[in-house]
Ligand binder design. Structure first.
Ligand code: HPA
Length: 273
């Protein structure tokens, strides 16, 4: 068996008896959304550190566990804390949790993150529905021998973000009067923030928001045939767009402030999936 796949299976086998139900939606909580589970009807939790060989995040504010619960009637597994490529893990480890949640039975992957706004129409605290992404600055998680058990060698990427899920999210944003921008998310490796010249380059390439996560997870999920959607919380304007230097604390503060509305948009959307 492929070694990367073997590791996912090993993780799954080490927790399968503790998974309380088959989740429909796998929800990845980005910065600021860590407390989302407080709004769920929680049925169980598994800390990443209890899972044999599982990558454990080292980023402050990214406490690591799977939380199982209901969002209204929908069974959801949440990732409270994700691992990032910049922490030094191989990209196969960064997407291991995504693969594990598919193995638990999740059909839909809902990705959230905090980002820097590149589009001049954006402001700190706004939300962006991810319509597509640019992946070529991050390592592709499918490099290496293909995991035939999960998907094909050359997956189509023309509709990674499910059009029907996007329609639902748009309509819920409108119904609950939550302003929602749309655009293209680009993942860079980090951990340094971008330079102003890089931001100008990314804008020229068509990116609206930049961050250090999400795209690799979307590629791995797309490979497995999951339906994917994503919303980014624009925590700051990207480098060079204001005079302020960027700090992780500022990103977290902005994401925390936006959290109540973000939570509402996620809950209403998931209930309608
Ligand atoms: N750049 C990259 N990642 C980020 C940013 C940013 O400006 N803000 C939040 N995450």
């Amino acid at each position: 068996m492929n070694q990367v796949y073997e590791k996912v299976v090993k993780c799954y086998n080490s927790i399968k008896d503790r998974i309380p139900f088959q989740p429909k939606v796998a929800l990845v909580l980005g910065s600021g959304l860590g407390n989302y589970a407080d709004t769920m009807d929680v049925k169980g939790e598994i800390s990443y550190s209890e899972i044999e060989d599982f990558p454990v995040s080292t980023v402050p504010g990214h406490e690591g566990k799977f939380i199982f619960g209901y969002v209204e009637k929908t069974p959801v597994v949440c990732m409270k804390g994700r691992v990032h490529f910049y922490e030094g893990y191989p990209v196969s480890d960064v997407v291991l949790p995504t693969r594990l949640m598919k193995m638990m039975g999740a059909e839909i992957l809902f990705l959230t993150n905090a980002s820097g706004g590149i589009n001049p129409d954006f402001s700190a605290g706004c939300f962006m529905l991810i319509r597509d992404h640019i992946s070529c600055f991050a390592p592709n998680p499918l490099i290496g021998s293909n995991i035939d058990e999960l998907g094909c060698r050359f997956p189509d990427m023309s509709k990674v973000y499910d059009p029907e899920l996007q329609t639902i999210i748009r309509s819920k944003a409108e119904e609950y009067k939550i302003p929602l921008k749309e655009g293209i998310y680009v993942q860079l490796t980090g951990p340094s923030f971008e330079s102003p010249a890089e931001i100008r380059m990314l804008r020229t390439l068509g990116a609206d928001a930049v961050g250090m996560s999400t795209v690799v997870e979307a590629i791995a999920a797309n490979h497995m045939g999951m339906r994917i959607c994503g919303i980014s919380c624009v925590a700051n304007l990207a480098a060079g767009m204001t005079d302020n230097p960027l700090t992780h604390d500022e990103v977290q503060d902005a994401a925390n402030k936006a959290a109540p509305l973000f939570r509402e948009l996620i809950t209403k959307s998931i209930s309608a999936f």
